[in-house]
Design a protein around this ligand. Structure first.
Ligand code: FAD
Ligand code: SIN
Length: 538
C-alpha cells in the first residue's frame, strides 16, 4: 500500500501542473499508465488562448467562448477562466516554458483559430504541446517530493461508503487500485486528495486525433464510483485531420493553418464554407466539421482539401514545421499541394462534473483537464481553450486542496481491502478483446458520430448492452491487463455518450440529431447530467 498526500492520476498538462504546485505543501505521487510523456498534451499544436494583444480584451475572449459553446457555457466559469489566463501563462513561463515571440522579440507571436475574433493563441511553432510537456516533465525531475510512476494503470477509485458500508450524505474518495504493469501486481494507493487528470476518450471512435492513452478511463472510474458526469453527447470532431486510410491516431492539421489563411476546397477547387457561416473557414469547429461531412456525403468524397499554397513557402516551414515535415514524409509538399483532410474525433467536452475548484461531486476527488466538465466549453469548445482550462483548474484545485489539507485525515488504512485477484488468462478470449475494441470504435463512428438519429442511437445502445455483458464476463474471470481495462472503460464511455445523446431531444453545438434538427430554446443552459449508485463492474 502506498500512502501519500496527493495522488495525481495522469501526467499531461493538468496533472503535472497540479503536481508541481501541490508539492510545495505535501507529498505527491503521480501515476501514469504508459510513459510520462504519453498524453494528448504532447500532441497539441495550435497553442493556448489568452488575452495579451492590446487590441483584444477579456470581454472579447468571453464572448467568443460563449458563442462557440452554443448556449451551454456557464458564464461565471468562462469569466473566471479568461481572466485567470494571463497569470497561468506566467506560471507556465516561470516553470520554464517559452512561447514563440514576434520578429522584434518584444511580444508574443499570437496565432488565430476558428471562432476567435482576435489573435490570441500563444504557441511554440506547431509543437506547443510537446514543449509544454517537456517543460513540466523537466521541472518535476527537480522536485524530490514528487514520485512519478510510469506504467501504473488506475483501475478503480476507492470510496468511503464501500469501506464503512454506510451511505454518507456525500461520499468521499480516498485512493485507487492501480495495476503495476511491469509486475502485474495491483497496488492500493491511499491519499488525502485524489486528482483525476486522465485526459479524454477519442479512442472510442474509429478515427481520432487522440493518442492511444485516450480511452476515457477517468470518466469511467468516476462514474463507477458514483460521481456525476455531464454533457457526454458533445464530442468534438476536429475538421481537419490528414486523410489516411489507416492508423489508430490521425495526424492533425492545426486550425492555425486556416488562421493563417488556409482555405477548404472541393476536388474541383470550389470553396464551400461561405454557404455555411459568415466566418467561412474560421467558423466554430462544430460548424466546419459538419459542413465538411455534408459536402463529403453529397459528392461521395473520401476527403476534402485544405489549400495554403498561396502563402509564402518560407513562412509555412517556419510557422508549421511539424505539419510541413509530416506531410512531406507522406508525399505532400504543402507549399505546392493541397492537403487531403477529413474530420476526426478530437475532444471530449463532457466529463466529470466539477465546481470552479475542480472538485467533483465526491469529496476530495478532483477532475482537471479534459476529463472534467467544468462549464467552460458548453456544447462546443473554442479552439485552444483546452490547455488553458487545464492550467486554470489545476491551479484552482491545488489552492482548494491546500486550504483543506490540515483538516483532512487519511482513512484508516487497515480497513482498506487489498485487490481480489483473478489470475486466469485465456489467450483465445484475449483475441476477442481486440475484436470488441474494434467493434466499439466502428459502432460509435457509424451511429454516434457527427450526425445522429434516434434510430442510430437505439441501435448503438442495443449493441453496447451486449458488449457490456461480454466484457463483464471477461472482467470477473481474467487477470487484469491494459487491453481489457481500457476496453471496459471505452465501453463505459461509449454507453455514457449514447445515453446523453439519447436524452438530448434537440440539436445544439456538437450534438446534431436529424430527428430534432433545431435548437430548443427551453434547453438554454441545461446540461445533461447522469450518475448512478457506486460499485459494479461497468
Ligand atoms: P492528457 O494530456 O491527455 O494526459 C492524460 C494522462 O493521463 C496521460 O498521462 C495518460 O497516460 C494518463 N492516464 C489516462 N488514463 C490513465 C489511467 N487509467 N491510469 C493512469 N494514467 C492514466 N488543446 C488546446 O488547447 N490547444 C491545442 O493546440 C490543442 N491541440 C491538440 C492537438 C491534438 C492532436 C490533440 C489530440 C489535442 C489537442 N488539444 C489542444 C487538446 C489538448 O491537447 C488536451 O485536451 C489536453 O492536452 C488534455 O490535457 P490533460 O492533462 O487533461 O490530459
Ligand atoms: C489545433 O491546433 O487545431 C488544435 C487546437 C485545439 O484543439 O484547441
Amino acid at each position: 500500500m502506498i500512502v501519500t498526500d496527493f495522488l495525481v492520476i495522469g501526467s499531461g498538462i493538468a496533472g503535472l501542473f497540479f503536481a508541481i504546485k501541490a508539492s510545495n505543501y505535501g507529498d505527491v505521487c503521480v501515476i501514469t499508465k504508459k510513459k510520462r510523456t504519453d498524453s494528448s498534451t504532447n500532441f497539441a499544436q495550435g497553442g493556448i488562448a489568452a488575452v495579451f494583444d492590446e487590441d483584444d480584451s477579456f470581454e472579447n475572449h468571453i464572448r467568443d467562448t460563449i458563442i462557440a459553446g452554443a448556449g451551454l457555457c456557464h458564464e461565471d466559469v468562462v469569466e473566471m477562466v479568461v481572466k485567470s489566463a494571463p497569470d497561468r501563462i506566467k506560471d507556465l513561463i516561470n516553470m520554464g516554458m517559452s512561447f514563440t515571440l514576434s520578429e522584434e522579440k518584444k511580444r508574443f507571436d499570437l496565432g488565430k483559430e476558428g471562432g476567435h475574433s482576435h489573435r490570441r493563441i500563444l504557441h511554440s511553432g506547431d509543437f506547443t504541446g510537446r514543449e509544454i510537456e517537456k517543460t513540466l516533465v523537466d521541472r518535476i525531475k527537480q522536485i524530490p517530493n514528487i514520485l512519478l510512476l510510469e506504467n501504473h494503470f488506475a483501475i478503480d477509485l476507492l470510496i468511503e461508503s464501500k469501506l464503512t458500508k454506510q451511505v454518507p450524505n456525500k461520499d468521499r474518495c480516498f485512493g485507487a487500485y492501480v495495476l503495476d504493469e511491469s509486475t502485474g501486481e495491483v497496488k492500493t494507493f491511499v491519499a488525502k486528495f485524489v486528482v483525476l487528470a486522465t485526459g479524454g476518450g477519442g479512442q472510442v471512435y474509429l478515427h481520432t486525433t487522440n493518442p492511444t492513452i485516450a480511452t476515457g478511463d477517468g470518466v469511467a472510474m468516476a462514474y463507477r464510483a458514483g460521481a456525476k458526469i455531464a454533457n457526454m453527447e458533445f464530442f468534438q470532431f476536429h475538421p481537419t485531420a490528414l486523410y489516411q486510410s489507416n492508423g489508430v491516431q490521425s495526424f492533425l492539421i492545426s486550425e492555425a493553418v486556416r488562421g493563417e489563411g488556409g482555405v477548404l476546397r472541393l476536388p474541383d477547387g470550389k470553396t464551400f464554407m461561405e454557404k455555411y457561416h459568415p466566418l467561412k473557414d474560421l467558423a466554430p469547429r462544430d460548424i466546419v466539421a459538419r459542413a465538411i461531412d455534408v459536402e463529403m456525403k453529397k459528392y461521395g468524397l473520401k476527403h476534402v482539401y485544405l489549400d495554403i499554397t498561396h502563402l509564402n513557402g518560407d513562412f509555412i516551414i517556419k510557422r508549421f514545421p511539424q505539419i510541413f515535415e509530416h506531410c512531406l514524409s507522406n508525399g505532400i509538399d504543402i507549399r505546392k499541394d493541397w492537403i487531403p483532410v477529413v474530420p476526426s474525433a478530437h475532444y471530449m467536452c463532457g466529463g466529470v462534473l466539477t465546481d470552479k475548484n475542480g472538485e467533483s461531486t465526491l469529496s476530495n476527488l478532483y477532475a482537471i483537464g479534459e476529463v472534467a466538465c467544468t462549464g467552460l466549453h458548453g456544447a462546443n469548445r473554442l479552439a485552444s481553450n483546452s490547455l488553458l482550462e487545464a492550467v486554470v483548474f489545476a491551479h484552482n484545485a491545488y489552492e482548494d486542496c491546500v486550504k483543506k489539507l490540515h483538516e483532512t485525515k487519511t482513512v484508516k488504512i487497515d480497513l482498506v481491502a487489498p485487490w481480489k485477484y483473478y489470475t486466469y488468462i485465456d489467450p483465445e478470449e484475449m483475441i476477442m478483446i481486440k475484436h470488441n475494441w474494434d467493434e466499439i470504435k466502428r459502432l460509435m463512428w457509424n451511429y454516434v458520430g457527427i450526425v445522429r438519429t434516434d434510430k442510430r442511437l437505439e441501435r448503438a445502445k442495443r449493441r453496447i448492452e451486449l458488449l457490456k455483458d461480454e466484457i463483464r464476463e471477461y472482467y470477473i474471470h481474467f487477470k487484469p491487463n491494459t487491453d481489457l481495462l481500457e476496453l471496459r472503460n471505452l465501453t463505459n464511455i461509449a454507453d455514457l455518450i449514447i445515453t446523453c445523446a439519447s436524452m438530448r431531444k434537440e440539436s445544439r453545438g456538437l450534438h446534431y440529431n436529424l430527428d430534432y434538427p433545431t435548437t430548443d430554446d427551453s434547453m438554454w443552459l441545461k446540461d445533461t447530467i447522469i450518475f448512478r449508485k457506486p460499485g459494479g463492474y461497468l
